[in-house]
Design a protein around this ligand. Sequence first.
Ligand code: HMG
Ligand code: MG
Length: 290
Amino acid sequence: MKIYITEVGPRDGLQNYPKIIDTKKKVEFINLLSESNVDEIEVSSFVSPKLVPQLSDAEEVFKNIKRNKKIIYSALVPNEKGLERALSVNVDKISVFTSASETFNLKNINMSIEESLNKFKNIIKIAKESSKLTRAYISTAFWCPYEGKIDSMKVRDISLKLLNMGVDEISLGDTIGKASPDDVRELLELILKDIKRDNIVMHFHVTYGMASANVYIAYREFSIYKFDSSVGGIGGCPFAPNARGNIATEDLVYMLKRLGANVMVDIEKVIQAYSILEIESYSYISKLKL
Ligand code: HMG
Ligand code: MG
């Protein structure tokens, strides 16, 4: 099975960065990423520009990037207004986002979980009528910064509701990077009883240094083959205190290649794209000659 990688650097990577990156630089970054053989690029978010000013240029970015036909260009959409904005610039894939924690969901999108699911029904319906691909994130799928450990049954139930609405896939977010390999095993063992692995994406953050171990478990023990990552390991959620970046694309690709996985991403091209941002990376690979 070919590994499917969604590069979330332009969205998750930049949404919490203390400086606002110039639109032209973002476009250049995404155009370079488009040469690296990633399967999908999460370009931006159509959220409140007051809350996430780093991504307030989502329309401009979409209008100016050069699209590679082999790549899916996706974006986060929290509500109808976000959907309208996303459709106006022909986003390929609409990614709604909720959480398995009520407290986090309120802080993140100002809705209870139920309110968000009710809103998404219509969004998914319109997205599908507009021939768009769809994804739903479930944040804090393992641990919440406010509520602690999350019950896996809750994640399973929300996943099933979203899949019943017709979303193509669920991305399980370890928002604060606190999941251990045993947590990942427990959730996947449960969820894969009812949900096909083709519908599951893993989205790991690196805060506690366990993201690579978690990918290993998901890939080796459960044959999960869809992963989110951000080049340089940049990222973090503004509404999750102390969350660090995503697993670095270069680390993810390097590990999967060493495991013999069928992964087509060109690490050097990804690093080349990242280097134009001039943001410090925690990932060491970018400093090595491979
Ligand atoms: P709200 O205040 O409840 O919204 O925010 P509202 O409908 O009451 O509207 C308030 C104002 O916002 C109005 O403007 C609206 O027009 C405007 P005003 O009349 O005051 O001038 N507004 C919008 N503007 C532009 N685009 C929109 C939009 N919606 C309303 N779509 C809302 C609700 C969801 C908008 C807000 O809470 C929000 O934008 N939150 C941002 C959440 C976010 O981006 N979080 C980070 C991404 S999630 C993440 O990082 C986790 C993930 O990586 C997975 C993981 O790691 O777990 C995905
Ligand atoms: Mg994230």
